[in-house]
Design a protein around this ligand. Structure first.
Ligand code: NIG
Ligand code: FE
Length: 364
């Protein structure tokens, strides 16, 4: 403070005595454009059905797709806006949003156009990801190549022409997209300048993380199921390991091996995965708490992973993720706290007193 230059203009002085000022959370993995919640699956889950069983019985992603196909752009924009405002009030100041509940050309484009509108309407950086390869639509259940051809030859050119996406993503998993199918889609997207992200190793050790590194993916996300090969592969290159502990928490699957990744010098980011099926929450403070409590990260590591490394996973590290000269002033100020660790320690509660976006107080 003693080095602070006297401002030339009359600036508002905010007294943050006893408080902490954090850079906003950078939530690099969400699916917040969806038509309806899926509480009906909540009861099935409590009764013991697994995520895969619910999906195989026509629930899951296909259930969300059927509802989204019937919704119009305005409805989707309005409900996503409510979610995004809630996330901002909880400290999120940059976000990535995926398509993937359309599963037809028209509905995937509809989702991406909604994300484009969100980009224009909200005062935070937003990245868009094409996730048409999220599940095979029923009509293509026995004709995988038919759906992949549709994505490659019809959807990708249109998405590129309208500049609707920054990244391509594939749910690479048993019962969803195989390694070969994922490889094919990522390679085709490369021609259009869409860098890959992959839903990798969520339910099984599949080779998806290694495929991501081979494609120089920006990030491989989930990684609940990993072996030593995944750890050593991620120790080289710049592909970020994005971990989503609130997904593990909600669908009762293993927590990712964050400590192993960090010990192997991998780059670890934390994100929410906010979606109606596996993670109906965009609360990044809870994600950071789980990072500490379940992934055994230190508070400093978890906060770094949810800010600077999350920004890197959206390629906006130059403007977001830390408080520094030249970066955006997207911040939150806490209530008085005794230490930094108090933030993840007080799980499920918000310590945020004020949110600042682009240097201005944010009032939703
Ligand atoms: O990241 N695993 C794939 N996609 C989402 C869940 C999608 C859904 O269940 O609606 C995820 O967990
Ligand atoms: Fe996801």
């Amino acid at each position: 403070m003693s080095d602070l230059r006297t401002p030339e203009v009359n600036l508002e002085v905010v007294n943050a005595e006893g408080r902490f000022v954090f850079p906003s959370w950078c939530d690099s993995h969400t699916h917040i454009v969806f038509a309806a919640p899926r509480e009906e699956e909540f009861a099935l889950k409590i009764a013991g059905k697994t995520y895969e069983e619910i999906a195989a019985a026509g629930g899951g992603i296909l259930n969300s797709a059927a509802k989204l196909q019937k919704a119009n752009e305005d409805e989707l924009f309005d409900s996503a806006s409510i979610r995004l405002r809630d996330m901002i009030k909880q400290g999120t100041g940059a976000v990535e949003i995926k398509s993937g509940y359309g599963l037809t050309i028209e509905s995937e484009l509809k989702m991406l156009r909604v994300i484009k509108r969100l980009k224009a309407a909200f005062p935070i950086p937003i990245k868009a990801t094409l996730l048409a390869a999220h599940a095979y639509p029923t009509a293509f259940k026995d004709n995988h190549q038919g759906y992949i051809d549709l994505i490659i030859h019809k959807l990708l050119p249109q998405v590129a022409a309208e500049n609707l996406a920054d990244y391509i993503d594939v749910f690479c998993e048993k019962g969803f997209f195989s390694l070969k199918e994922t490889d094919q889609i990522l390679s085709a997207a490369q021609q259009y300048g869409l860098l890959p992200k992959i839903h990798a190793n969520q339910l099984s050790v599949s080779g998806a993380a290694e495929l991501g590194v081979a494609h120089q993916a920006v990030s491989v996300d989930h990684l609940e199921e990993t072996d030593d090969k995944v750890l050593t592969t991620l120790s080289t290159g710049n592909t970020i390991a994005t971990l989503l502990p609130s997904c593990s928490f909600y669908i009762n699957i293993p927590f990712a091996n964050a400590k192993g990744l960090i010990e192997n010098n991998a780059i670890v980011a934390l994100a929410s995965d906010y979606n109606p099926g596996s993670t109906p929450s965009g609360n990044m403070n809870f994600v950071v708490s789980l990072g500490c409590i379940k992934l055994k990260m230190t508070p400093q590591q978890a906060i770094n992973a949810a800010t600077l490394n999350g920004a890197a996973a959206m390629q906006i590290g130059h403007e977001m993720g830390s408080i520094a000269v030249g970066k955006k002033a997207n911040l939150f100020i806490t209530r008085p706290m005794t230490s930094l660790a108090y933030l993840p320690y007080s799980f499920g509660q918000s310590q945020i007193e004020n949110v600042i976006l682009n240097g201005d107080f944010y009032h939703a």
